[in-house]
Design a protein around this ligand. Sequence first.
Ligand code: SF4
Ligand code: SF4
Length: 69
Amino acid sequence: MKGHIKIKKEICKECLLCIHFCPKGHIIASKEYNAQGYRPVCVNEENECNGCAICATMCPDIAIEVYRE
Ligand code: SF4
Ligand code: SF4
């Protein structure tokens, strides 16, 4: 299965839970800040997303949407 995610950067609070739980290493830290002063995570295109939705399930701020292909 393949998928992709959309990160709502203005909602992310940089807790990094999604990075910790993603089995594919598809989510990585970012150096850019959002308006709230957090650095929202971003995707690593080198590692494919499998659409498992673990990241969205773990995110306490509902900042990730998962789309399966
Ligand atoms: S859906 Fe699964 S593979 Fe894709 S970014 Fe989220 S945890 Fe990683
Ligand atoms: S789990 Fe949600 S709030 Fe935490 S870093 Fe990931 S996207 Fe941001």
